[in-house]
Design a protein around this ligand. Structure first.
Ligand SMILES: [Ca+2]
Length: 75
């Protein structure tokens, strides 16, 4: 499957979500975005999504972790 998103596109998207420009996405930042897509989403569901994406276990999603969502794991 071809990559639909290049790194630059994902970077812009990441920066939009990362409203405090910390370089990491927190649950509350992601929650604001997900709520626009699905107003019924709960904070707990958001927590679960973060947990799935958070490979190094710091409770936040780094750009590398976020990139995997769009480009898949590096082979
Ligand atoms: Ca992390």
């Amino acid at each position: 499957m071809a990559n639909q998103y290049d790194t630059e596109t994902v970077r812009k998207f990441f920066d939009e979500i990362d409203t405090d420009k910390s370089g990491k996405l927190t649950c509350s930042e992601l929650y604001q975005v997900l709520k626009k897509c699905d107003p019924k989403i709960t904070q707990q569901e958001c927590d679960r999504i973060i947990h799935c994406l958070d490979k190094d276990g710091d409770g936040k999603v780094s750009f590398q972790e976020f990139l995997v969502v769009f480009q898949g794991s590096k082979k």
